[in-house]
Design a protein around this ligand. Structure first.
Ligand code: C5P
Length: 256
């Protein structure tokens, strides 16, 4: 394992060369960062939870016809994925005002938005991933009009599906961030969902109590971060309670 070629190391994940051409291994770290890596910590078990939750979301989205980079989970912390050219955009879908949008526009956090809002940020850590307009995407050629139409269409379908999925387990999908890539196929390319979907990249609030079950627990020093991620995994049916082990380390029997 240590001899594998590392392709890229990000804040929460590492990419290694995969076993076949056109594949990669995506490794989920326990590292957590916020505010463009000004705040850092290691959260025991977070990588395992995000690997499982992201696997679950990618499979469910694949079932409704969203093409994704996901092939299969290979162990507790790793997934086999298709190699794609990442489009340098963070696509944010918002259903409820929170985070940077609430602050930027002076809207109270928790206010339901009149409709889903899709925002774009440029993936540039050195610039703090700045908010951009579609105009910038076109002018600088980060994605074509056709690609952007597809990205927006897919993002709204993902949002609709995930809102329903989470509502069914008593969770409000406040907002989330996704990324897309270009998958080379037959001389052309297809846009596919890439990266991850996990409590690191979504805001998830309990519908009854508004308890935050996502990375804001880390960003805002609310504590019990992995416990909250574990609760999401348990409500999704990925983990089962096991009184003998810490909840975020207990896994269903068929786990490798
Ligand atoms: O911070 P902000 O309110 O813009 O975040 C919107 C959503 O996008 C949140 O769910 C947050 O977790 C996610 N996000 C992310 N990675 C970033 C920025 C935001 O996953 N770099």
């Amino acid at each position: 394992m240590s001899r594998r070629k590392q392709i890229y190391e990000g804040k929460a994940k590492i990419l290694y060369e995969g076993p076949e051409p056109g594949t990669l291994i995506q490794y989920f770290k326990d590292d957590a960062t916020a505010f463009n890596a000004q705040k850092k910590a290691t959260l025991d078990g977070k990588g395992v939870l995000n690997n499982r939750i992201s696997e679950y979301m990618m499979i469910r989205l694949g079932e409704i016809g969203i093409p994704t980079h996901f092939i299969k989970r290979v162990n507790m912390r790793e997934q086999l994925i298709k190699k794609v050219e990442i489009i340098p955009l963070e696509v944010i879908c918002r259903n409820v005002a929170a985070g940077t949008m609430a602050k930027r526009l002076g809207i109270e956090e928790g206010e339901k938005l009149p409709r889903t809002i899709v925002e774009f940020c440029l993936k540039r850590d050195d610039l703090g991933d700045p908010l951009i307009a579609e105009e910038h995407i076109h002018a600088f050629g980060w994605a074509s009009q056709a690609e952007l139409d597809e990205i927006i269409g897919m993002s709204l379908r993902i949002n609709d599906y995930m809102q329903g999925l989470f509502a069914g387990i008593g969770i409000r999908l406040v907002d989330f961030k996704i990324e897309f890539g270009r998958l080379m196929v037959d001389g052309g390319h297809q846009i596919v969902l890439a990266d991850e979907i996990s409590p690191d990249s979504c805001r998830l609030w309990d519908r009854e109590t508004n308890k935050k079950l996502d990375k804001d627990r880390f960003r805002r020093d609310l504590g019990d971060v992995t416990e909250a991620y574990t609760e999401v995994a348990m409500r999704l049916g990925i983990l089962k309670p096991n009184p003998a082990t810490p909840p975020h380390l207990s896994v269903v029997p068929n786990d490798k």
